[in-house]
Design a protein around this ligand. Sequence first.
Ligand code: NAG
Ligand code: NAG
Ligand code: NAG
Ligand code: NAG
Length: 490
Amino acid sequence: MASNNVNVAELKEKMNFWSDNFIIRDVCRLVVVSGLVFFVIFVVFFNDPSCSASGIFSNLKISPSSTQPVASSPDVYPLNVSHLAFGLQGSEKTYHFRKAYLEAWWRPNKTRGYVYLDTAPTGDLLPWSPNSPQYRINDDLSKLLQEIRPRSALMPRMVHGILELFREEHEGIKWIIMGDDDTMFFVDNLIDVLSKYDHTKYYYIGYPSEFVLSNFWFNFNQAFGGGGIILSYPLAKALVRDMERCLRTYSNLSADLMTMACLADIGANLTPLKGVHQNDLRGDYSGFLSSHPKDLVLSIHHWDVLDPIFPKMDRFQAAQHLMKAGNVDQSRLFQQTICHHRETSWTFSISWGYSAHVYEKVMARSWLMTPIETFRGWGDSNSPPLFMFNTRRPFGDPCEAPHVFFFESIEKTSTNEIITIYARSAPRNLLPCAASGNHSAEFVSKIRVFSSATRRPEVHRAECCDVVSVKSSGKAEVKLRECKIDEIIA
Ligand SMILES: *[C@@H]1O[C@H](CO)[C@@H](O)[C@H](O)[C@H]1NC(C)=O
Ligand SMILES: *[C@@H]1O[C@H](CO)[C@@H](O)[C@H](O)[C@H]1NC(C)=O
Ligand SMILES: *[C@@H]1O[C@H](CO)[C@@H](O)[C@H](O)[C@H]1NC(C)=O
Ligand SMILES: *[C@@H]1O[C@H](CO)[C@@H](O)[C@H](O)[C@H]1NC(C)=O
């Protein structure tokens, strides 16, 4: 086994977003909480007779009937940002350096929800930034903890955060979205994707980890809390109602696994969406983001663990930079579009708003949609299977390794097109690809990509593109368009 000499408990523990700060390290090396998030909330209530679930909920004024109006009266409003409530799990210690990640995507006075802290903010968190979600401090649960005696006190804290979210944000809410304070969410895409699901039914949405062992350690059928756990409102309500049994039965599981178990007992199973990224990965994430699944990106977790996704930037700058494109067209963000320049036998692969790759050989989409393995798994092992997807290792091969460009700027033309510009990150330092005629692409320094200003939320088929020009000055132009009916991308 790959993990023979790996301390599994330690690996799992570090996956937890709070690993450096919390008692979990001492109390429960085996409990795993991987970024998990939320949910532990419920735990809290259960074992405390003075704090029964019904009592809690009547305090919250979430009567059974008040959760159903969407079902009983047809809702003429398409899903919009006011129907989503975010619960972002943070801590006083982490939020000082993580708040910039949330602020990059949070829309003040539009997005609803809170960042949950363990203690009151101090120092440079005050005065509280108007660009951050408002904060809430979790209630003191010590009494309850004494009674429940879970292996990890962290879980009740997270559960309590969920209660606060319910208490304060139930008016008109259709979806509850739990994440971490180092999770980037893509709100426009969430709205587009969740619109396809009936929020009056029971939906449990998320995605397993990209790292195989995370799913083995926890569960292949769970939504990981850092990538995000998305619950339709009535399902969240049902979970709350069942909380006491749930917590009594499963309180020693990780928070996201407990969520899965309790939802399973209610009758709900995971609806997996590939745009959710737990990312129990380390290092350079660019290979994955340059061959993103053909699904709208919904979240990116472990922003604080992965290298900054753009070269020469810190993580905060990278988050802000990404949202320059993400605020214009999230539907195309990271969507991979491939076309060929037949004169030189080059292949262009554009990950919109993020990167452009140029290969000195005609390559098929079937091959390029496989991510380049620039990143590592969570542990030390190098023995596959590491990832839940296949990877390429083109390093050092002039016919397989791309010239790499990263998103630099975005502008709108007078003809209502979007231009994104990608700049070379570094010389490739390889000879030209001889097999396809020694047409070096080393001189290409910038790639301008034209795309429609119309968003494309239905990713039924990838887009195609044309290489409009390659100038000796080093500028290349590519134009995205719908594929022709019989077009083959190869
Ligand atoms: C969102 O929908 C609600 C009804 O649920 C409506 O009152 C509100 O105006 C809509 N907001 C936007 C920004 O469209
Ligand atoms: C949000 O709303 C509050 C109160 O209406 C207002 O004072 C504040 O300026 C708004 N913040 C932003 C960033 O628009
Ligand atoms: C959880 O683990 C603790 C410590 O091992 C134990 O005392 C407690 O009974 C367990 N709870 C459940 C519900 O199994
Ligand atoms: C490419 O260059 C190499 C070395 O310079 C040479 O041996 C080879 O014949 C060239 N290939 C083509 C197709 O011109």
